[in-house]
Unconditional design. Structure first.
Lengths: 116, 112
């Protein structure tokens, strides 16, 4: 049973380019979460999705960032017109149900984005 | 808002030493508390959790007790090993909530 798969593991983009980060949840998991870890900081919640729905995007920057979790295929976190401040590790997690107070979230290895 | 504060790292210990990593939280209500561990090159893994006051979570020789009176969830291990070298994250969440709130992480290095 494969864990949460994220790709690419490392991504380098020039300022102004687009970054696409992919996350395949664990088999049977329909709840996906994206977190961002800036250097020397903890993980910060960005967005929570279920299949075809964004449930909570309260942690997403208002511009340039978007996320989707289509009926088929992985969840995608998309960053348009990247800037140096977007350099961070982006982690995806999945769970079989919502309510992380009781349900364990399983994390991927993360994608390390570097903007040059 | 809700927040988690961890002991600043990095922490370096010798093998078989006693480990404590402090974690305190600020929250309205009574959250569930977690410790996650991130080994080099891997994603975060749940190490242990406690869902109510005075609960003790334990796993792999690590323990943490949910202390409501001090709003703390300190991680302890009696005798650490080189393989425990990792980054440790304290986190909280509420039942029915959809997000974890993390501390900044504590990097632990164990020397043989």
């Amino acid at each position: 049973n494969a864990g949460v798969m994220q790709n690419p593991r490392h991504l380098v983009r020039r300022r102004g380019q687009e970054a696409r980060l992919r996350c395949s949840p664990m088999k049977g998991h329909s709840h996906v979460y994206w977190y961002r870890q800036l250097p020397e900081e903890g993980l910060k919640f960005m967005v929570y999705l279920q299949k075809e729905n964004i449930i909570d995007e309260s942690g997403m920057p208002k511009e340039r960032f978007s996320a989707e979790f289509p009926k088929e295929g992985p969840s995608i976190l998309r960053i348009q017109q990247v800037v140096r401040g977007d350099s961070a590790a982006y982690f995806c997690a999945s769970s079989p149900t919502g309510g992380l107070g009781n349900t364990e979230a399983f994390f991927g290895q993360g994608t390390r984005l570097t903007v040059v | 808002g809700d927040s988690v504060t961890q002991m600043e790292g990095p922490v370096t210990l010798s093998e078989e030493a006693f480990l404590t990593i402090n974690c305190t939280y600020t929250a309205t209500g009574y959250p569930s508390l977690f410790w996650y561990v991130q080994y080099p090159g891997e994603g975060l893994q749940l190490l242990l959790k406690a869902t109510k006051a005075d609960d003790k979570g334990s796993n792999k020789g690590f323990e943490a007790t949910y202390r409501k009176e001090t709003t703390s969830f300190h991680l302890e291990k009696g005798s650490v090993q080189v393989s425990d070298s990792a980054v440790y994250f304290c986190a909280l969440s509420f039942q029915g909530a959809q997000k974890l709130v993390f501390g900044q992480g504590t990097r632990l290095t164990i020397n043989p």
